[in-house]
Design a protein around this ligand. Structure first.
Ligand code: ADP
Length: 378
């Protein structure tokens, strides 16, 4: 008989760092977590060396049953998590073009694990997979189809592991079967996205071909008229790489407020001190979140709940208040008292008589990866 999978290592291998968590799957409790930094930049030379450090940190464990890996992009090839073998790895390597910055590091982490943990199964869990159920009307861009056929230009969406986790948790909380639950899930962090979930499946999401689309984020602009991008490029003679940096790293809350990094806490502090730019940044941010909530409530045919998660969704009472105050037309009112004291825990922050409950629900992407790893290998 096959041994049950008990200990799962979750690896998030980035370009210069490797984060890991070790789970006991009987209790779903985390046993250890850690971070190896400066890979290829003064620290370990590569991901295999970084992983050797992890093994040492964990005390040379012999009992790891499986390894789950966070992988940025599965494109249309991987609609679900997958066990990595040679064939799958060959397919994954063809997807590097969808994430030239992240994918080589993600795959480097898998290859390092294959070498170091011999005989242990590796599962790739994709940020995009949960969104693969979107219908064409939501996923396609209104441009010549040849760009989809030739280059794969379409909406993919990200944060899928988080949206999937909070969808499953919300269904339990609402005591509904997963296949019957309609939600608007809001992952509000430094990077942010919403998903429209109908019958437990994603039918739309606010990020697009890349994580640049949708909401106003820490340093990303979110939705913008494509012609504005062209105008700036033409006027300032910017290359695509320079424009990419402007839109991804120098825009969003940071650009509007003038607060470096675009951290929500700093911007709230500035706004409270009377800074008009910080105030505008918060209002633009909240406006866009509320706009998408309204749209996605329509898309799912009426949500059973609106779920807030991510660093801001879980912790920022002021951020949540600014969003929920804009949802009056949906029959939603904020319970100010509950909202003010909710930080990093499950709580309903709308009043009891609200037509749709607004629920704070902490996400756990690593646990979702571990659970998927067990499901795929089990
Ligand atoms: P990432 O996308 O990098 O994973 P997080 O989900 O960690 O981001 O979210 C980071 C954001 O959450 C920041 O804007 C930060 O200000 C905000 N945040 C974290 N903790 C708090 C807090 N206690 N109060 C208000 N905002 C918070």
């Amino acid at each position: 008989m096959k041994k049950a999978i008990e200990k799962v290592l979750v690896v998030n291998s980035g370009s210069s760092s490797l984060k890991y968590q070790l789970f006991d799957m009987k209790s779903e409790k985390r046993l250890a977590k850690g971070l190896v930094e400066r890979i290829g930049a003064g620290g370990p030379a590569n991901h295999a060396e970084a992983l050797k450090q992890v093994v040492a940190d964990l005390g040379n464990p012999k009992d790891i049953d499986a390894i789950g890996h966070r992988v940025l992009h599965g494109a249309e090839v991987f609609k679900d998590s997958v066990k990595v073998d040679a064939k799958v790895m060959a397919k994954l390597k063809k997807l590097v073009k969808f994430g030239p910055l992240h994918m080589p590091a993600n795959l480097g982490g898998i290859e390092a694990c294959q070498k170091i943990f011999k005989g242990v199964g590796n599962v790739a869990v994709f940020d995009t997979a949960f969104h693969q159920t979107m219908p064409d009307c939501a996923a396609m861009y209104a441009i010549d189809e040849k760009y989809y056929k030739k280059m794969g230009i379409r909406k993919y969406g990200f944060h899928g592991t988080s949206h999937k986790f909070i969808t499953q948790e919300a269904a339990k909380l609402l005591k509904k079967p997963l296949s019957k639950v309609n939600l608007v899930t809001c992952h509000l962090g430094n990077g942010s996205s919403l998903a429209a979930v109908k019958g437990g499946e994603c039918v739309d999401t606010s990020m697009g071909l890349t994580p640049l689309a949708g909401l106003v984020m820490g340093t990303r602009c979110g939705d913008i008229d494509a012609a504005a991008v062209l105008s700036i490029m033409e006027e300032e003679k910017k290359t695509p790489a320079e424009m990419d940096k402007l839109l991804n790293k120098q825009s969003g809350l940071q650009a509007i407020s003038g607060v470096a990094g675009g951290d929500m806490r700093d911007i709230c502090t500035k706004a409270a001190q009377g800074c008009k730019k910080a105030e505008l940044a918060l209002e633009m941010w909240a406006y866009r979140v509320a706009l998408y909530i309204g749209a996605y409530n329509t898309v799912v045919g009426g949500a059973d709940a609106i779920i807030l998660t991510g660093g801001i969704g879980e912790n920022s009472a002021e951020g949540r208040e600014r969003v929920v105050n804009r949802l009056g037309a949906l029959g939603i009112k904020l319970d100010k008292k509950v909202n003010a004291k909710t930080r990093g825990v499950v709580a309903t922050i709308s009043t009891k008589d609200s037509k749709i409950p607004v629920i704070v629900l902490p996400t756990n992407e690593e646990l979702m990866i571990a659970k998927d790893t067990v499901r795929i290998l089990g």
